[in-house]
Design a protein around this ligand. Structure first.
Ligand SMILES: [Zn+2]
Length: 317
């Protein structure tokens, strides 16, 4: 098993004017942990390409795309997209187009070669971006762009998204609220930012609101009870992961108590479902994760499973 690792150096150029948790060092922490692990030989590095406007228009309104483009500041300047935490610099549009484009590439690659898996090491993240809004550090909804591309360009009729970021994937839910070909599973701390998701009632949106302090055992029990039966009944042809690692016990932005081993378990669950129903096709993309050492270790644990290491294998990092 070779794992495509899709990234681009321009994703490092998107940055805030001052210290911000969603920083370029996040990608560097993953790179460094990967370089220090034996996974390097199983990873095929691929340069991301920018998304086409057509692929963005499947999930975002044209007016919103124009709003983002218009908000990009002149070189050396800064601007804010929402009420405070979603900043833009001169490189932000290019980085966001590469982040979304990486998902299109990843979906195309895994659809061409059954058994191939891919991870998009990109930023800005995406799952808080809805059809007509950006928020929560997110400009374009990368995972949604990938899912919509799989439906439209590859003719799939059942795509599952597993979002284990500690925050509700409200943007992804907004985009696919009326799209039953997408089964969206989001686990998140509640109550917590962005405050949505606990009251959603839908047979293709499976939200798991969990209280602060939730540990791996509780999360696994909830996933086994609420997601697994639905995912098995859905028989997804492709599985996508919104891989946020901010549920880690060391993360400063939330209060779950997950460990690397829990990300191994979650990833293995997705891989097993993909092997059973989707000819092994899995595409994962980075969302949150703000404690740099925990992010590096958790992402490498996630990558190890995607690359076919057995659960529990010591991959270092
Ligand atoms: Zn998050």
């Amino acid at each position: 098993m070779t794992l495509d690792y899709i990234s681009h150096e321009t994703c490092l150029l998107h940055r805030a004017p001052s210290a911000h948790p969603e920083c370029p060092e996040r990608l560097q922490a993953i790179e460094q942990a990967l370089a220090n692990s034996p996974l390097e030989s199983r990873v095929k590095r691929i340069q991301a390409q920018p998304v086409e406007r057509e692929a963005l228009l499947r999930v975002h309104d044209a007016a919103y795309l124009d709003q983002v483009a218009a908000a990009i500041p002149a070189p050396g300047g800064w601007s804010i997209l929402d009420t405070g935490d979603t900043y833009l610099c001169e490189h932000s549009l290019e980085a966001a187009r590469l982040a979304a484009g990486s998902m299109v590439m990843a979906v195309d690659r895994v659809m061409k070669a059954p058994g191939r898996r891919a991870f998009c090491a990109v930023r800005p993240p995406g799952h808080h971006a809805g059809r007509a809004f950006g928020m929560g550090f997110c400009l374009f909804n990368n995972v949604a762009v990938g899912a919509a591309h799989a439906l439209a360009a590859h003719g799939l009729s059942r795509v599952a998204i597993v979002d284990f970021d500690v925050h509700h994937g409200n943007g992804t839910e907004d985009i696919f609220r009326d799209e039953p070909r997408v089964l969206f599973c989001s686990s998140f701390q509640h109550p917590h930012y962005p405050g949505s998701g606990a009251d959603t009632r839908s047979d293709h949106i499976l939200n798991l609101p969990l209280h602060a302090g939730t540990d791996g055992q509780a999360l696994r029990a909830a996933v086994e009870a609420h997601w697994l039966p639905a995912l098995e009944a859905f028989r997804p042809q492709l599985l996508l992961i919104s891989a946020g690692f901010d549920g880690h016990a060391d993360d400063p932005l939330a209060n779950f108590r997950l460990r690397e081993v829990d990300y191994v378990w979650l990833t293995q669950m997705v891989v097993d479902l993909a092997d059973q129903y989707a000819e092994g096709r899995v595409v994962s993309t980075l969302e949150g994760g703000y404690d740099l050492p925990a992010l590096g270790r958790s992402a490498v644990a996630h990558l190890a499973v995607l690359a076919g290491y057995e659960p529990g294998a010591d991959v270092g990092g």
